[in-house]
Ligand binder design. Structure first.
Ligand code: 9D3
Length: 249
């Protein structure tokens, strides 16, 4: 998958795309043996990131990309021209049709089903805004999917673009070292399911706190039943909204 990110702050992305799973996903050295079984980008990794500074496309001689809102009010609005021209230029860099996504507080709330749908696309083009947002005519012309990551106020769309990228990239075949990790969660915890059960590791006693006896028993049927019970109990307490609705009487 190719992921294009259009932003006024490309430098915000380097530390996030350059660490851990997101870094590995774009590293061709890790996929030399897997070629043939996986869909790889031209450089030989499952994912290619391409960052674009929207300011590079402004025709304003002072590099301006925003202006005051018509009708008055606080803040600044991102102008149509730089965003539109940046999208046109970037889309030409690859023949694949990009799924255009604008990160916006007005967007569809990101959830695991949407993440899964996006993970199946060959190319995403993420547009992150800053200031009060985009001139509505840019949205109307681009016809993007608008996506929000939740009901709280961020100072821009950049962190939202990184959250979406992280959630999507870990689902792309070949990216997670242990294929069970992503698969497992659709059956137990995670999306549409239950919260996770509690985890423990060594030492067996820490500051006088012990590990539940069942986990040391070696009885895998009992362990599985205990974990299911814990997951259900936690979900009832913390996230009853995730449970299937009770049968009507
Ligand atoms: C007049 C109210 N404005 C400021 C409080 C609205 C506003 C404009 C721009 C609020 C936030 C932002 C910047 N946020 C995003 O671009 C954003 C976002 C978010 O704030 N929350 C959750 N998901 C997202 S996706 C993009």
């Amino acid at each position: 998958m190719r992921i294009d990110i259009l932003t006024l702050f490309p430098e915000m992305f380097a530390p996030v795309l350059g660490a851990s799973i997101l870094k590995r996903a774009a590293d061709p050295a890790l996929y030399e043996k897997a070629a043939g079984e996986l869909t790889l980008e031209p450089h030989g990794a499952p994912v290619a990131y391409h960052l674009t500074d929207i300011r590079a496309y402004t025709t304003d001689k002072h590099g301006k990309v925003d202006d005051r809102p018509f009708g008055g009010g606080p803040g600044m609005v991102m102008q149509c021209q730089p965003v539109w021209d940046a999208v046109q230029a970037v889309e030409k860099l690859d023949p694949r049709k990009a799924r255009r996504i604008v990160l916006s507080p007005q967007g569809r709330r990101l959830d695991q089903p949407l993440v899964e749908e996006l993970a199946g696309q060959p190319r995403l083009l993420l547009i992150a805004g800053h200031y009060e947002g985009f001139d509505q005519r840019a949205i109307d012309a681009l016809e993007p999917l608008e996506v929000s990551i939740g009901d709280y106020v961020l100072s821009g769309g950049e962190l939202a673009a990184m959250v979406l990228t992280d959630a999507v990239v870990r689902l792309i075949p070949g990216v997670l070292g242990d294929e069970r990790s992503a698969h497992h969660e659709s059956f137990s915890a995670g999306a549409q399911g239950l919260l996770d059960y509690p985890h423990y590791t060594r030492p067996a006693v820490w500051q006088g706190r012990t590990v539940p006896e069942v986990l040391l028993s070696g009885d895998h049927a009992r362990i599985e039943a205990w974990r299911k019970e814990q997951a259900r109990h936690r979900t009832e307490l913390r996230r009853p909204d995730l449970l299937p609705p009770p049968e009507p009487a």
